[in-house]
Ligand binder design. Structure first.
Ligand code: PHE
Length: 335
């Protein structure tokens, strides 16, 4: 009987050590069976109860139950501990870092591209222009045909066009520039026209520091009587000083677009003397005026198209276009 009692005491002591050493829930489950199952000391001692006198049986029997409970409590406590540890590991792994929002309540602000867009609108509206918009999914006619790109003309290859699977093959596309809106404005408004047309455009370009398959342009169109190339140059120069500051200046270089004649590239000169290409521009081609329902003998005009994202990059000294589209607010909140 003494012997059985000693075995029980030892069983509790051993259990305490073994339970504390159980490294995870699986190990603890195995241990649980060892400590309380059929082959455990507790079960073995109980099976010997029949061989001792009634008084002793009562004492040892009670002790068996106590030991059983003590071991159960030890196992349950360790199980809770290990479950908490396992949960902490999962939580850590799945953690979302929300500390960046933990700075009191703050209002969001407009995206740097939207700010640039609105600033340009304000500036041109201040010069008497209206704002027009056109569809992002265009037909071949407005994006190319009406803009004097003959069918199969290599100039179409200047644009890596994304076609939409709709209607005849290559009849519907994501507009590759905002110039189709020029035609839509001419179709719907009587001159004089002084309009800008901001919007998203699409080309099948691979994203890199200077290219994105989706980007923004702002188109300008003026159609009136007696508009000359001098008006174009003067307008762009006025724009340059208003947008960048009076220490900037601009120049026009000969270029080619099917929808303007003559055509030019518009560069700005920064205070450090360096030049940066910003836009294509030119006098609206007579064929484009005709496509827009206007008589080139009566009306003349100029057009220009800026890369809007590029203006935003320039203004803020950002060197990777992709940053504008990543939507990481830690980056965007700087502007
Ligand atoms: N649409 C031209 C482009 O995307 C830019 C442009 C607009 C050129 C208007 C001339 C006149 O490259």
């Amino acid at each position: 009987m003494e012997d059985l009692a000693a075995q029980l005491d030892a069983a509790v002591a051993d259990a305490a050590v073994a339970v504390a050493a159980a490294a995870d829930l699986d190990a603890l489950a195995v241990l649980d069976t060892d400590l309380l199952g059929k082959k455990s000391v507790v079960t073995t001692v109980r099976s010997h109860l029949g061989g001792i006198d009634p008084e002793g049986r009562k004492v040892v029997g009670r002790r068996v139950n106590e030991v059983r409970t003590e071991i159960e409590v030890l196992v349950a406590a360790r199980r809770a501990e290990l479950a908490a540890e396992a949960r902490a590991v999962v939580l850590e792994a799945e953690r979302l870092d929300l500390t960046e929002f933990d700075r009191g309540r703050r209002l969001g602000h407009r995206h740097v591209v939207t700010q640039t867009w609105e600033r340009l609108e304000d500036l041109f509206v201040g010069m008497g222009y209206t704002v027009a918009e056109g569809p992002e999914i265009e037909d071949e006619w407005h994006n190319f045909g009406a803009l004097n790109f003959p069918l199969d003309h290599p100039a179409r290859d200047m644009y890596d066009t994304l076609y939409v699977d709709h209607g005849e093959p290559q009849s519907t596309l994501l507009r590759t520039h905002t110039s189709p809106v020029q035609v839509r404005v001419m179709e719907t408004q009587e001159p004089p026209i002084y309009s800008i047309m901001p919007g998203r455009v699409f080309r099948s370009d691979t994203a890199d520091a200077t290219h994105m398959p989706v980007f923004h342009q702002i188109e300008g169109l003026v159609v009136d009587r007696g508009i000359t190339f001098g008006d174009l140059a003067g307008t762009l120069e006025a724009f340059t000083r208003a947008y960048f500051g009076s220490d900037f200046t601009s120049r026009l270089r000969p270029s080619y677009f099917p929808f303007t004649e003559p055509s030019a590239e518009f560069d700005i000169q920064r205070p450090d003397g360096s030049w940066l290409e910003l836009a294509g521009c030119g006098m609206v081609h007579p064929n484009v005026l005709r496509a827009g329902g206007l008589d080139p003998e009566e009306w003349s005009g100029f057009a220009f198209g800026f890369g809007l994202d590029r203006l935003a990059l320039m203004r803020h000294g950002i060197d990777d276009l992709r940053e504008l589209f990543r939507n990481d607010h830690r980056f965007l909140e700087q502007f």
